[in-house]
Design a protein around this ligand. Sequence first.
Ligand SMILES: [Zn+2]
Ligand SMILES: [Zn+2]
Length: 482
Amino acid sequence: MLTSLLTQFIQIINTQTTFILFLLAQLAKLTAYSKKPHVTSIDSLDYQKLVVDDLPTVVELEKLDYRLLLQQHLDQTGKAIKPVQRRKNSLAVPKDILCPKCQAPHDYLYNNNGGKGQFQCKICQTNFNHINKFQKELLLRCPHCEKALEKIKHRKGFTIYKCRNDDCSYYKKRVSSLSEKEKIRFEQEPSAFKMHYIYRQFELSMNELAQDSKIDTVVNLSKIYSSPRVLGLILTYNVNYGLSAEKTAALMYDVHQVKISGQTVRNYARSVASLVRPFTDYFPYELSDQFCGDESYIRVLGKWHYIYFFFDAQKKIILSHRYSPTRDTLTAIKAFYDVIKHFDEIPENLNLIVDGNPIYKLAQIFYAKNDIHFDVTQVIGLTNEDKVSKEYRPLKQIIERLNRTFKGNYKPLGGFGSDSGAIAQVVLFSTYFNFLRPHSALEKGQVPVQLPELHVCQDMPQKWLRLLQLSEDFLIAQHAAS
Ligand SMILES: [Zn+2]
Ligand SMILES: [Zn+2]
């Protein structure tokens, strides 16, 4: 009886084993073809691959000296270039207009379109528009053929630039990809086809630039169950020490006997970030005129996102921490805004030092068009493995240091489940970096921004709570002022 029961059991077990093995085999097939993103580490992201190559190249117009050009012409041809002979009824060129390329005075300039602002230099042949002089100094070139792009249209929200070169590789490739039928139509009606390389440059109001991605909050800090002390402790562990929400919760229980979930820690982080962001972003910082920009990465829902940092290279203050899924001109423009909004008047030597990505030069053009001028120094290799010149090596170290600090703080947290969670972490990190974290590169290892209100606090949790109070006061004062 017993043996027959045992045999029966063994049979059942065998059937089950076969079944399990079958299922495992099926599972293996599934995972082999799975499109689940494989986690790449931050360090193995290839900078070069992330550069978008369809943006125009920005070149600074080469400067010439009209006096040298006049002399050269005389030496070579034996004849002098004479000032423009104007017909009696033709418009004179105003005296204050100079050629942007060779500085030739107005006598050498042709009035190209009957007084509408287009001029041509008789000495160096440069065509230019007086109103957008600066734009001429920064020239947009086609990324495919290097020819200058021409501004063709002005639409609400953007300006369109076009490469008109029929020998452009981009144009030729597009034309050759047309079907026979399309080619016939193209010959008859070329304007119906958009074959040339086109670039759209945005135009945004300063108001739109100020807007940052929203942080969705789920708890109201004034109504939370935890005591202020508990909140201060949570922030210290989660932000200063970069412990994940789960670890913070575990530590709160193991050390302080406070029962709290990881989700609650995340909820608190978001609400605190939302409260301190205006304070951190609009604080009247004392700044230098040298700023470095850099991008770091953060993983959200299995995908890498960019964080655009801009910070004062001397004072070690983070001014921008924009979050974006892509590396684009728009975010670069917004990150620049975070720096320049701090100045009532743009300092004469304002310099933004960034890597070689074209988005930064395009962002500079955007501001030049809005009559906001500053320097953008692009240092190739500033943020990757390449060597940089001796002049920029200290800056490279400064940037690498910030990025290391950020990554060190972010890495143990793992990825984020939402945009809001990621943005909150970046805001909290910047707040901590500017107001709470001693910086060894500063005198006596000081915190970048010394708040007297925090000096009297006994410990870090208290400093966080005081910072929350200051942020609230700041919001109230801003509200009253508007
Ligand atoms: Zn000229
Ligand atoms: Zn081209």
